[in-house]
Structures are given as structure tokens and as C-alpha cells.
Design a binder for this molecule. Structure first.
Ligand code: C2E
Ligand code: CA
Ligand code: CA
Ligand code: CA
Length: 278
């Protein structure tokens, strides 16, 4: 065992090297994916908890690789964030989502919003309002149809910057949601200062509602707090009818999760809407 211990670093070095190569390969592949339009956007429904009405769909990117099949965002978004490719990916998603919503408008699909995730790096980009303005102008979409999701931790990185940036975006007419809420340790006084509309309670808390009384208490407290600040609460990752019942009893406003519907292609979503309404 001691011998092995001494040699450890020899194994370690090539592994790090391989990892570097893999990263480079992945980055090159991702650049190609952008050029070949292999990134597609899926949409997950979010319902009003009381009425069951479809209020919003979340745009979630997928990489349709011709050989490897569907690659989930967790496998390439972090790398894209590190390398800066996220800026282009983010724009592609925004464009696709706005174009799709505008297409739905022409097809007479009900006027629910589309929410798009902004990465921390995208959010730090000073020209973000201009980028979004141009996409809205190009697609002809009214800003009221667009919601922007920024994680609690990204908002907390630089609170004063976040307040200013969110103000600009909100004044443009978009809705603002704080994503993965409860994981970013924001203090309540900041929450009051953020010009936001929606809080999305992180799915880790929803998962624990039934078996973990602390999680249930946290969710309950977040809902009360959000309502006292006139914010809507969305629960993400709702998978069971027990969770749904609890959330309804706590006056949670909106629900999203596999119990309602998984992320799906734009075409599948249209069929899903028709089915839900019959
Ligand atoms: P997120 O923004 O928190 O998105 C919610 C994730 O939870 C999605 O995973 C969704 O498919 C999954 N989910 C929804 N309901 C349930 C449920 O009931 N149970 C479980 N177990 N999972 C559920 P997805 O699509 O794999 O995305 C993962 C993350 O990747 C997202 O987390 C987001 O951080 C990031 N992401 C996805 N698309 C984009 C994008 O266009 N831009 C950026 N910057 N990030 C993105
Ligand atoms: Ca999100
Ligand atoms: Ca989330
Ligand atoms: Ca998450």
C-alpha cells in the first residue's frame, strides 16, 4: 500500500493531462455544435397551482449530437461558462425561444410566457440589455412574453450590480425570476431590493417536503416571505401528488416538475397543450 501511495502522482499527472485533452475536444465539439445548429431548445410547462392554467414554459437547452445523441446541459454548460462560449449559446437559446413564442402567437397558442436561463457570465455582460433588445426587435416579440431566470447565487455575486442590471431588464418589460432559491444564502434585505417578480424554490427543498420536516418548514417560510414582498412563488421539481397537495395548501402560486410535464420539444408541447385542454 505504501508503494502505491508513493507512486500516486505518476498516475495523477497523466489523468490531469487526459482531462485537459478531453476539455479541449469538448470545447471544439461545442464550437462545431454552434456552427451546425445542433443546440435545440426544449420547453417545460409551469402551471398556476390554483387554476391549472399554463402560465409559463422554461426554455432548457439540449445538444443533439449526430453520433452521441442527446447531451444534457449539465454536461456542457459548466464548460461553456468557463470558456466563454456560454455567451453565444445563451444568445442562441434566447433567439430560438423568442422566435418560437412569436410562432406560437401566429398559431394562436395561448399567451403564456417563455422563461430563459441566464448564466452568471451572461448576467455580468454589460451589453445584455442591448443583446436582448436586438433579439426582441428581430423576432418581433413583445417583452411581456419573456421571463429571465437568474440564479440566486449569480445575483448575490455583486448585489449592487445585480440591482442595477435587473432594473434595466425589468424596465424593458420582461419578468424576472430568481432561480434555485434557497441555495444562495441571500439575506432578506437584499431580496427586498431586487426588482423581481418570481422566486423559484430549488428542487432540493421540494424533494424533502414529505420526509424532511425541515425542508417543509423552509418551503413554508419562503412562501410566506415571498408573499409578504408581493412576489410569486414557483416550486420546481414537483414529482408527486403529495408534494403538490402540500404546496397548494401553503398557497404556492405556480408549480413545475415531472408530475406536470417533462421538458419537451416545441412540437410535443403543442400536442401536450391540446391534450391538457380536452
Ligand atoms: P435549472 O434551471 O434549475 O432547470 C431545471 C432542471 O430540473 C432541468 O434540468 C429540468 O429538466 C429538471 N427538472 C424539472 N422538473 C424536474 C423534476 O420533477 N424532477 C427532476 N429530477 N428534475 C426536474 P436540465 O434541463 O437538465 O437543466 C439542468 C440545468 O442546466 C438547469 O437547471 C440550468 O441551470 C442549466 N441550463 C439548461 N438550459 C440552459 C440554458 O439555456 N442556459 C443556461 N445558462 N443554463 C441552462
Ligand atoms: Ca431555471
Ligand atoms: Ca432551478
Ligand atoms: Ca438547479
Amino acid at each position: 500500500a505504501k508503494e502505491q501511495g508513493r507512486n500516486n502522482y505518476q498516475f495523477y499527472t497523466p489523468t490531469v493531462h487526459t482531462k485537459g485533452i478531453k476539455r479541449l475536444q469538448m470545447e471544439t465539439m461545442l464550437r462545431h455544435a454552434l456552427e451546425r445548429n445542433e443546440l435545440v431548445v426544449y420547453y417545460q410547462p409551469r402551471l398556476d397551482a390554483r387554476t391549472g392554467k399554463l402560465v409559463c414554459v422554461e426554455a432548457l437547452v439540449r445538444w443533439k449530437h449526430p453520433q452521441l445523441g442527446m447531451i444534457p446541459p449539465d454536461d456542457f454548460i459548466p464548460l461553456a461558462e468557463d470558456t466563454g462560449l456560454i455567451t453565444r449559446i445563451g444568445e442562441t437559446v434566447l433567439k430560438q425561444a423568442c422566435r418560437q413564442r412569436q410562432l406560437w402567437n401566429r398559431q394562436g397558442v395561448p399567451p403564456f410566457r417563455v422563461s430563459v436561463n441566464l448564466s452568471p457570465r451572461q448576467f455580468r455582460q454589460m451589453d445584455l440589455p442591448e443583446v436582448i433588445h436586438n433579439i426582441l426587435a428581430d423576432t418581433g416579440l413583445a417583452p411581456e412574453y419573456l421571463e429571465l431566470e437568474i440564479t440566486e447565487s449569480a445575483a448575490m455575486q455583486d448585489v449592487n450590480y445585480a440591482i442595477l442590471m435587473l432594473k434595466v431588464l425589468k424596465e424593458m418589460g420582461m419578468t424576472i425570476a430568481i432561480d434555485d432559491f434557497g441555495t444562495g444564502y441571500s439575506s432578506l434585505s437584499y431580496l427586498k431590493r431586487f426588482p423581481i417578480d418570481v422566486i423559484k424554490v430549488d428542487q432540493s427543498f421540494i424533494r424533502g417536503i414529505k420526509d424532511d420536516s425541515e425542508d417543509a418548514a423552509i418551503v413554508q417560510a419562503i412562501i410566506v416571505l415571498a408573499h409578504s414582498l408581493n412576489l410569486d412563488v414557483t416550486a420546481e421539481g414537483v414529482e408527486t401528488s403529495e408534494q403538490l397537495e402540500f404546496l397548494k395548501n401553503q398557497q404556492c402560486n405556480e408549480i413545475q416538475g415531472y408530475l406536470i410535464g417533462k421538458p419537451m420539444s416545441a412540437e410535443t408541447l403543442r400536442d401536450w397543450i391540446v391534450l391538457e385542454n380536452t
